[in-house]
Design a protein around this ligand. Structure first.
Ligand SMILES: [Zn+2]
Ligand SMILES: [Zn+2]
Length: 200
């Protein structure tokens, strides 16, 4: 499972960093463009995507729609790499958040249902400068950066289609599972909450 990189070469895109030959520098640059800045969080996301792609045998940047599902336990910088590299998006329903605030990512292949759980290992980040830390994350073997194990939960079901219900209070329509009953009327969460607030 160890993904070891050898033969470091200088990255032309940024003189600050050097990368292994096996790392795709162009993809890393595209991730930086997508995210808007370079940061250690992005490097963790790159590494997580690369590791998931390697283990689940999905080509990065060419992942088909909904081929891979990611459940992220944080909503930080690294998620942007996962969106860009593995085509996991909120809109398609194959990027889900279960925000425990942990640096944990679970990935599944939809077809084989095979999955992995990646947990960023604790290490003393103070030993590195910001640039060195990014370099370290990108260059280290995957199992130096992550604890890699089986998922702790099952592959989530595909996005369901719901009926729309018109709120009897404000007239706006909403997915039926988000509608509440209030005084016998079907109301949206906005109207339901404003009713609850009136009791505070
Ligand atoms: Zn960032
Ligand atoms: Zn309403």
């Amino acid at each position: 499972m160890s993904i070891t990189f050898l033969n470091k070469v200088t990255l032309s895109l940024s003189a600050k960093f050097t990368f292994s030959k096996s790392m795709d520098e162009k993809l890393w640059k595209k991730c930086i463009d997508f995210h808007g800045h370079v940061c250690p969080g992005l490097a963790f996301g790159y590494k997580a995507s690369e590791t998931a792609a390697e283990i689940l045998r999905i080509p990065m940047e060419k992942a088909k729609d909904e081929e891979i599902v990611c459940i992220s336990e944080n909503d930080a910088c690294g998620v942007d790499c996962i969106q860009y590299l593995l085509s996991c998006t909120v809109g398609k329903g194959n990027l889900l958040f279960r925000v425990t605030g942990k640096p944990v990512y679970t990935f599944f292949r939809r077809d084989s249902k095979k999955g992995i759980r990646l947990v960023v290992r604790d290490f003393n980040k103070d030993l590195y400068s910001r640039e060195e830390l990014i370099q370290h994350i990108l260059d280290s073997p995957a199992d130096d950066i992550f604890d890699i194990s089986e998922p702790r939960f099952k592959l989530p079901e595909k996005a369901r289609k719901f009926q729309s219900i018109t709120c009897e209070c404000c007239g706006e329509s909403a997915r039926e599972d988000k509608i509440r009953l209030q005084d016998g009327k079907k109301v949206c969460l906005d109207c339901f909450e404003s009713y609850e607030r009136s009791f505070l």
